[in-house]
Design a protein around this ligand. Structure first.
Ligand code: NDP
Length: 353
């Protein structure tokens, strides 16, 4: 018997403005599991991740991006957690919980190429944390914060001053809490609302400010009069320029993201004017893509972060939107700062675990 499927399709490139809900199209179709072919897997989507990097797949790419653009008229895809409903492929069986790149469809038939972007979630992990955490603190964003601090900011001395921008988001919250509770830094965070600032202080950030209502340069000068040792950069643009001016000698800058620039056409992107600071202050500024670290650090990350969460060193926060049909809305809201913690979409009505 054919089963109903709801998908969210990408319409067309958006190069010079914020993406809107009308850039996505919700479509209805069906899948008959009896038609599953050899080598295919039928996966029900349980949770979906909406992430800033998807913005890069929604535009014409003039310069290198680490993954290609979305195809017009096809479902988008992003990190997800799914349940295998039926399988005619080696390595997957009905009842397996999988994580990886999944189409924005409530139910999908995945061929072998798509299966290459999926992993089975270790059965011993089921029940240890809400499944959606594996898209956030215990998944890609958590790994992003943990591994990049290790690889780029270490060695870190107790008491060093760390600044995290985008601090109330998925990556920023983990980065700030790790720098505070694991490394003993004095941590400053910036975020885009007073509620987020209050939350950062509750979580133990030493200082926090709303970059929309105060001047970043003045706020940083007040919070760190002797300068910044570590900058975890989620936003780029003028904030990066300010930090370069206020960095101390031998500062380390983890160039994680530049979300302040993602909606701008290339010719309007901010040109940081004071890179000479890199030389005079011997600053290390290093970019990365989280997948660079997976082979070396993936397993250690899973065990370490689970322990941090259990011990309360890292609190996992989420912003949940219900329903696959609202995935586009969830993305738009996340890009506009509507989320505190990891933005996820709960797709299946019932979490089977
Ligand atoms: P978040 O959960 O932080 O959500 C995005 C947040 O960005 C919003 O909530 C909003 O918070 C903030 N934001 C939006 N526009 C602006 C702006 N103009 N200036 C400053 N802040 C803005 O997302 P993630 O934690 O998933 O990602 C954070 C960053 O890390 C992104 O830049 C992303 O691209 C990057 N990243 C990089 C990876 C890598 O491998 N290098 C991997 C994963 C993420 P607010 O209310 O504070 O404005």
């Amino acid at each position: 018997m054919a089963l109903p499927v709801t998908s969210v399709l990408w319409k067309d490139y958006v190069d010079d403005r914020a993406v809107q809900e009308s850039d996505f199209e919700v479509s209805a179709s069906d899948i008959d599991p009896a038609n599953l072919q050899d080598g295919e897997v039928l996966v029900e989507l349980l949770y979906l991740s909406v992430d800033p990097y998807l913005r890069g797949r929604m535009r014409r790419m003039k310069s290198y991006y680490f993954i290609g653009p979305f195809e017009s008229g096809k479902p988008l895809a992003s990190g997800g957690i799914g349940l295998v409903k039926a399988s005619k492929a080696a390595g997957f069986a009905a009842g397996d919980v999988v994580s990886g790149m999944l189409p924005w469809s409530s139910l999908a038939v995945l061929d072998q190429a798509a299966q290459g972007m999926l992993q089975k979630l270790e059965p011993s992990l089921l029940g240890t944390a809400p499944l959606s955490y594996f898209l956030g603190t215990l998944g890609m964003p958590g790994m992003t914060a943990w591994a990049s601090i290790k690889k780029i900011a270490e060695p870190i001395k107790q008491g060093e001053v760390a600044f995290v921008s985008g601090a109330a988001g998925a990556v920023g919250l983990v980065a700030g809490q790790l720098l505070k509770n694991e490394y003993g830094c004095r941590v400053i965070g910036s975020a885009g609302s007073d509620d987020k600032v209050a939350l950062l202080k509750q979580l133990g950030f030493d200082e926090a400010f709303n970059y929309k209502s105060v001047d970043t340069a003045a706020a940083l000068k007040a919070a760190a009069p002797d300068g910044i040792d570590i900058y975890f950069d989620n936003v780029g643009g003028p904030t990066l320029e300010t930090v370069l001016d206020q960095a101390r000698s031998h500062a380390r800058i983890v160039a994680c993201g530049m979300i302040s620039q993602y909606d701008l056409p290339d010719e309007q992107k901010y040109g940081v004017k004071n890179l000479f600071n890199l030389i005079t202050k011997r600053i290390k500024l290093e970019g990365f893509i989280v997948s660079d670290y997976m082979a070396e650090l993936g397993a250690a990350f899973g065990a370490t972060m689970a322990e941090h969460v259990q011990q309360g060193k890292v609190k996992a926060l989420e912003h949940t939107t219900e329903g696959i049909e609202n995935a586009g809305k969830a993305f738009v809201e996340m890009m506009a700062g509507g989320n505190t913690g990891k933005a996820v979409v709960k797709v299946a009505a019932e979490d089977p675990f």
